[in-house]
Design a protein around this ligand. Structure first.
Ligand code: URA
Ligand code: CA
Length: 444
């Protein structure tokens, strides 16, 4: 078998065989096939796609590229969660704390930022001394002791994804249904949890821009999870504007703390409550999602979620004083306010463009293994439907470089569209997809 033939085949839109998929996944994992050939193949997959059989084979080949974690030492039904990626998608960190404090063990392996979307592991690195890489035995021990732990995907798990993820990030090949499905599901299968909750983001700030594609992605991921013997449920949630108010690493950690203190923004908190409720159901702690949702709300209001977050930070060596003192997090040198040039109702927010602005400030990567700037980002607490006054301060650009900051401040207004007439808020939830059904959701 020959990699050039496989590239040629996919370039022409021909379906790849299991053997061919195994060959390139193994070859790349073993560093026998170089980046440039896999880049070409990824681009061919981006253009010509993969059917569900190829996607399943790709997932299984990726799982085989590394070790599979055995979490039998953790008592209880372990529930994992993964987002398909978005802007100000600050869900995982508060969620782990809130679910763990309700007695469902969460052994969470998270990723770094991808393209213009943030990643939980980068965010955690904003907490001084927080160790995102710990030995597996220690990870398991933390989950047993504290109910939850969050680590970077270990090097020997899904070796193929580690390499493909970093390559896709910088070759314009992130937003592909088969590549996203295989990336996420291979990790979830290898990471050994019993059940998986997927948050599939759809909209102008997500890799998947339309609802039909999001449903296809969700459906194939649920099918792959089911095939692998994991109860898998996917929610399709809105990403047509930043979900939370902070885009950047330090400032997203601040937002996590605010959520757990009960001061989070409505939409972000709502997603956390609903996903958390589902995770408690998957973990067998409650009869249904509604009951679970109440328990998540309670854990925010009575402070047990925050307490659990503190415990998790301390267990992994981090400085938990950040909870009371945000100045311990990396701070940006320049804070540049953005003022509205006219008044009106916000009719659209270009979330991807805002994510890219944050990357241009240094919050994400444009080259493989690039070091990111944890201090920088954008604070933007406005949502579609809200009214802004001319000259009102609507956003704050946090920059380490004055010139970059001013440039971002100048282009920020292009990311926000205004209308004179009143505008309805955007929907937040679209579908819940399980093995049994595709249920349309309302925002209630
Ligand atoms: N998150 C992942 O882990 N992989 C993707 O491809 C997209 C989002
Ligand atoms: Ca993410």
């Amino acid at each position: 078998m020959n990699i050039v033939d496989i590239i040629e085949k996919k370039k022409r839109g021909t379906k790849l065989l299991k053997e061919e998929i195994d060959f390139f996944v193994q070859g790349y994992s073993d560093s026998v096939i170089p980046d440039y050939q896999i880049s070409a193949l990824l681009m061919a997959i981006w253009f010509n796609g993969m059917d569900s059989e190829e996607t399943t084979e790709l997932t299984l080949a990726m799982v085989k590229s590394g070790k599979i974690l055995d979490l039998f030492q953790i008592k209880g039904i372990k529930v994992d969660k993964h987002s398909s990626g978005g802007v100000a998608d600050t869900v995982s960190l508060p969620l782990v704390a809130l679910v763990a404090t309700n007695g469902v063990p969460v052994a969470k392996m998270s990723g770094r930022g991808l393209g213009y979307s943030g990643g939980t592991i980068d965010k955690l690195e904003a907490i001084p001394n927080f160790r995102v890489e710990i030995p597996i035995e220690e990870f398991i021990d933390h989950v047993n002791r504290n109910g939850g732990a969050i680590v970077a995907q270990s090097n020997d798990l899904v070796v193929a994804d580690k390499k493909l993820y970093a390559l896709r990030d910088v070759t314009g090949t992130v937003d592909s249904i088969p590549l996203i499905a295989a990336s996420i599901m291979s990790k979830k299968i290898a990471a050994g949890s019993d059940a998986v909750l997927l948050d599939i983001k759809v909209g102008n700030g997500a890799f998947i821009k339309n609802l039909e594609d999001a449903k296809r992605l969700a459906k194939i991921m649920v099918d792959i999870g089911t095939l692998a013997g994991r109860e898998t449920v996917a929610y399709i949630t809105d990403m047509n504007q930043p979900l939370g108010d902070a885009i950047g690493n330090s400032i997203e950690v601040e937002e996590v703390v605010e959520v757990l203190k009960g001061n989070g923004g409505k939409r972000l908190v709502r997603v956390i409550e609903v996903l958390g409720g589902e995770m408690l159901r998957l973990g067998g702690k409650v009869q249904n999602e509604t009951e679970g949702r109440h328990k998540i709300k309670e854990a925010i209001h009575n402070g047990t979620g925050l307490k659990k977050f503190k415990t998790i930070i301390q267990a992994q060596g981090g400085d938990a004083n950040i909870i009371e003192d945000f100045s311990l997090l990396p701070q940006a040198r320049f804070k540049i306010p953005v003022f509205a040039s006219e008044s009106g109702y916000i009719s659209a927010i270009k979330a991807e463009a805002i994510g890219r602005l944050a990357v241009s400030l240094g919050a994400g990567r444009t080259k493989k293994d690039e070091k990111i700037d944890l201090a920088v980002g954008i604070l933007f607490p406005k949502k579609v439907g809200g009214f802004i006054e001319r000259n009102e301060k609507i956003a704050l650009i946090l920059a380490s470089d004055a010139e970059e900051g001013n440039r971002a401040a100048k282009s920020f207004l292009n990311c926000v569209e205004l209308k004179k007439e009143q505008v309805k808020p955007l929907s937040l939830f679209y579908y819940r997809i399980s093995k049994e059904e595709i249920k349309k959701l309302s925002d209630e």
